[in-house]
Write a protein that binds this ligand. Sequence first.
Ligand SMILES: NC(=O)c1ccc[n+]([C@@H]2O[C@H](COP(=O)([O-])OP(=O)(O)OC[C@H]3O[C@@H](n4cnc5c(N)ncnc54)[C@H](O)[C@@H]3O)[C@@H](O)[C@H]2O)c1
Length: 285
Amino acid sequence: MAGSVLVTGGAGYIGSVVVAQLLGRGYEVVVLDDLSRGHRQAVAPEATFVRGGIGDRGVLDELLRRHRCDALVHLAAYALVGESVAKPEMYRANNVTAGRVLLEGVAAAGVRRVVFSSSCAVYGHPPATPISEQAPLMPVNPYGETKREFERLLTGFAAGDGATVFSLRYFNAAGASPHYGEDHAPETHLIPNVLRVASGALPALDVQGTDYPTPDGTAVRDYVHVLDIAHDPGAPVIRPSSSRRRVGPRRSSAGGRNTPVSTRSSRARGPGTWHTRMGTRTREG
Ligand SMILES: NC(=O)c1ccc[n+]([C@@H]2O[C@H](COP(=O)([O-])OP(=O)(O)OC[C@H]3O[C@@H](n4cnc5c(N)ncnc54)[C@H](O)[C@@H]3O)[C@@H](O)[C@H]2O)c1
């Protein structure tokens, strides 16, 4: 056995893929999810599932008493930008206040490795792209603020408890693994909605604005494949088979494919980050 990992939010879109990848790598996995936004059937059957909130210290302590966990992958959160603007207190309570209880619980149980699913929403409108890891954190919505605040809590955890922590500041997730994918209600993400329009399940596509400074006025969005976020080292890598340019229009690099640019361990300097090269103007949530 490679070790044991507690995955919060493991019944959600990204979490379900992360759980399956960890199991595939030989880890024992315990999922903590309150199913407020996720699905029980999205959790691979080989994982232990505990239904509960990350802010429920009783549930957490019992879970950590029964299951030794070497590391925490923290994905549980509310994650819709628009909803966060309408209900900022609800976002703060779930993403920060409940998150603090989670951190205190795992710290008390001796867990010293944490990977946090942050967001590039912590950067707000960055002064330049590609965004450097050192770019100022200036979120422009409550969702991004909760991510920045939780990162601060993580910095304290790293400094005070000698933990190693990572924050993954990625952009929009897309795609699926062969078994797990996206299933939100309501679905606000572009790609599932494009597919719903294509299949006739949705009458029209809302691209949310046509006044961006882009060739057709619609926003440019960058995506990271969900398997790249889960980072399966065994996943097939597509390598270019030709070095010749294709004739025809090309996208600028700013609108190109997301590529992880940095990994940094934390301890003394605060959370390490792993984020993506972006020319993107919008985040979906
Ligand atoms: N989807 C993206 O494009 C994207 C991009 C960047 C960062 N993120 C972050 O990644 C994480 C996962 O995103 P997702 O798209 O899979 O979201 P999701 O809504 O599909 O999954 C979140 C899961 O967390 C659970 N949850 C929420 N609050 C909880 C609580 N208090 N206690 C226990 N469980 C709780 C939900 O039930 C759900 O299963 C989130 O933290 C999100 O902010 C997502």
